[in-house]
Design a binder for this molecule. Structure first.
Ligand code: FES
Length: 118
């Protein structure tokens, strides 16, 4: 097991309800791009990697497509993901899912679970 971020990923104030934002996180030895989504008081995160062809989901860094139905749409070939479990519900990888990354909200900041209390 490598080190986790000891800095928060982002401040909850910068994350509007319903927003999708990108954050870089150190997971083990690698720096990974994450998709972060806020739904009310709940914040969820997934790797910014589409299970279809392994591409990033955003069309430009941090710019994610969200459908009118509230699905995250992969910019590469249009796979659509629901934002509770990260399941692909339409498109070329239907039935697959995004890889979840555990996060928690503490003191108004979003942290990777297990990141050092500071
Ligand atoms: S890489 Fe996302 S739909 Fe193809």
């Amino acid at each position: 097991m490598g080190s986790l971020n000891v800095e928060p990923l982002l401040s909850l104030d910068g994350l509007a309800d319903g927003a999708l934002v990108e954050a870089e996180a150190r997971l083990g030895d690698d720096s990974e791009s994450l998709v972060i989504h806020r739904q009310g008081d709940v914040v969820r995160a997934w790797l910014n990697v589409c299970p279809h062809a392994g591409r990033r989901l955003d069309w430009a860094p941090g710019q994610f497509l969200k459908s009118r139905e509230g699905l995250l749409v992969c910019a590469a070939h249009g796979a659509s993901f629901e934002l509770e479990g990260g399941q692909c519900v339409a498109g070329p990888c239907r039935g697959d899912a995004l890889r979840a990354v555990a996060v928690e909200v503490r003191e108004g900041q979003v942290w990777l679970v297990g990141a050092a209390d500071a």
